[in-house]
Structures are given as structure tokens and as C-alpha cells.
Design a protein around this ligand. Structure first.
Ligand SMILES: [Zn+2]
Length: 316
């Protein structure tokens, strides 16, 4: 079976979707998190949330813009993640400047115009860190250090020094990028019908393959031994983990090739299910018919499957 290969095409409207949602999604989410972070900031959870939203924004742009290039998907996954995290720190910078300004004005007992205020703050960051503006602010925040404590706890938490603050920020960025990139790349890899210019539909379940048979199943499938592969497919899995075998078709033309999608379903200790991609392969119409027929034959002859129908061989 030959694997499904995306065409790597990116239409003009695709670029517009990607750029718009990347900038807009990143700015809105990052800015929003900066606002919420005035009251509460949940470690690991907020970065994971930012990764999920930037992955989702990129996925929507890929789907709407018909982007079939995993490389372009990857690039915009990275970019949206960077914009989101940049907007979060940028938003904090903006809010910090505002509260600084209020404090200074309260101390002086008079209003300063914004040019004077900016000059004053930049001088402050310059003196403290050697850099002005946003970079000066970041360096200053790192020097102050973060404090890691439990949400809702009244204690001050564990202080992080300058180096560890930078490391912690890098870890946050890595979490955001990892989630965003995985989502964006897999969205662009999804099967697409070049004839009808549309995405393939959802998968229709053909059956499942037990974990201990999965290796053999994938091997015979790769060798185009369709009938052989069908003998490993059962209607329902008895144990977890298992392989889920779906067929996907273009909703526009049922003449086009069928994509066979194999995913591994597993559960963690908490019972949360997870599907991870294993294989996307092309089936010809003949192979699809062969596979469907072979599955129904092997399931009929399987004595372990309980059917309520009377056994035909008993008659006559
Ligand atoms: Zn089609």
C-alpha cells in the first residue's frame, strides 16, 4: 500500500488565512493571558492552553485556506506560538508600564506627559539592566525573579533566581511550540482531494486490530496483502490498546482513491483515551472492495462472534 502524500500546495487565500489567524489569534490569546495573569497564573496549564489555542488557530487557517503543505503548517505553528507568547510578555510589559506610571505620578503628585514618562521608564530599565524598552523590561523581570507557588496558596512560594527564570520561560515557550506545531502539522497532512479541491470526510470505522496482532497487520498491509490484513480486523476491540482502522473518502467524488487511516488508541492510568496516528495509506477501489468483502467474510466465519441468527448449516 502506498502512503498518502500531501500535495504541498498552498493557495493564495491559504497564506492570507495563515497570516491573519496567526497574528490575530496570537495577539488576542497572549494579551488575554497577560490580563488574567494580573490575578492568577497557572504554571504549565497556561502555557499548554496557549499552545492549544495557537495550534487551533493555525488548524482553522489550514482547513479554511486549504493548506496542504506540512512544512508551511509547521512554520506557522511555530510563528503563532511565538506571537502568542510574545503577546503575553508584551501585554505584561504594557500593563507594568501603566502601573509604574500611576505610581510615579502619585509620588510626584502631578501628571507627566507620555513622552516624559517613557523617557523616565526607559532610563530606569537602562540603568537596571543595560537595555531599554521591552528587552530591558524582560531582563528586569528576570532579575526580580519569578516565584513559584501553588495556586490559591497564601505562602510566597519558591523563588527562582535570574537564570532559572530564563530557563522557566524557555520551558514555557517549548511547551507552547510543541503543542502548536504537532496540531498544525497534522492538520496540513490530512487527506485532500485535488480533483474536487476539498478535504476528505471523517473516518468511517472498518474495524479494530488487537495490540498483539498490530505488527503483523501493518506488515501485511504494507505488502499489499489485503485479504491477509483483513483477517486481523475485528468489529470491536476486546482490550486496550488497539488499532482503529477507518476508511476516509472525498465527499465530492466517490470515484477518488480511498484513504485508509490507522490510529492507535490507548488509555492512561486515569482512563483518559488518546488516539495517535499510525498510518495514512491509499487504497484503490479494487483494494477497498477486497478489504470490505474480506472483513465481512472473516467476521462471519469467526465463531467467537455471537450472532442471534440461526446457523444456516443446520438447515436441511
Ligand atoms: Zn473528490
Amino acid at each position: 500500500m502506498k502512503p498518502y502524500r500531501p500535495s504541498n500546495k498552498v493557495p493564495g487565500t491559504g497564506w492570507i488565512w495563515l497570516l491573519t489567524l496567526s497574528i490575530l489569534g496570537g495577539a488576542v490569546v497572549g494579551g488575554g493571558i497577560a490580563l488574567i495573569a494580573r490575578w492568577i497564573y497557572l504554571l504549565l496549564i497556561f502555557p499548554a492552553l496557549m499552545g492549544f489555542t495557537s495550534g487551533s488557530a493555525t488548524t482553522v487557517a489550514i482547513k479554511k485556506g486549504k493548506v496542504r503543505s506540512p512544512l508551511v503548517g509547521l512554520f506557522f505553528g511555530v510563528l503563532t506560538g511565538l506571537i502568542t507568547y510574545g503577546a503575553y510578555h508584551g501585554g505584561e510589559y504594557f500593563l507594568t508600564r501603566q502601573s509604574f506610571a500611576k505610581e510615579i505620578e502619585a509620588e510626584l503628585g502631578q501628571d507627566l506627559d507620555s513622552a516624559d514618562m517613557n523617557a523616565l521608564m526607559d532610563t530606569f530599565f537602562q540603568e537596571e539592566t543595560g537595555s531599554s524598552g521591552f528587552v530591558g523590561y524582560l531582563k528586569f523581570s528576570a532579575k526580580q525573579g519569578l516565584s513559584i507557588g501553588r495556586a490559591g496558596s497564601s505562602s510566597d512560594g519558591i523563588p527562582l533566581n535570574e537564570t532559572f527564570t530564563w530557563i522557566y520561560w524557555l520551558i514555557e515557550l517549548a511547551i507552547i511550540e510543541a503543542i502548536s506545531v504537532i496540531m498544525a502539522k497534522s492538520a496540513a497532512k490530512d487527506p485532500f482531494c485535488e480533483t474536487c479541491d476539498q478535504w476528505y470526510g471523517q473516518g468511517q470505522r472498518m474495524g479494530t486490530v488487537a495490540d498483539e496482532q498490530s505488527e503483523v497487520f501493518l506488515k501485511v498491509l504494507e505488502a499489499d496483502q489485503i485479504v491477509q490484513a483483513a483477517t486481523h480486523i475485528q468489529p470491536r476491540a476486546a482490550t486496550i490498546p488497539y488499532l482503529e482502522v477507518d476508511q476516509r473518502q472525498c465527499p465530492g467524488c466517490h470515484q477518488g482513491e480511498v484513504v485508509l487511516e490507522v490510529q492507535r488508541y490507548s488509555e492512561n492510568k486515569k482512563g483518559e483515551g488518546k488516539q495517535s496516528p499510525v498510518l495514512l495509506g491509499m487504497l484503490s477501489h479494487r483494494q477497498t472492495r477486497q478489504l470490505t468483502e474480506a472483513i465481512s467474510t472473516s467476521q462471519k466465519s469467526d465463531p467467537t462472534i455471537d450472532t442471534n441468527e440461526p446457523d444456516a448449516s443446520q438447515e436441511g
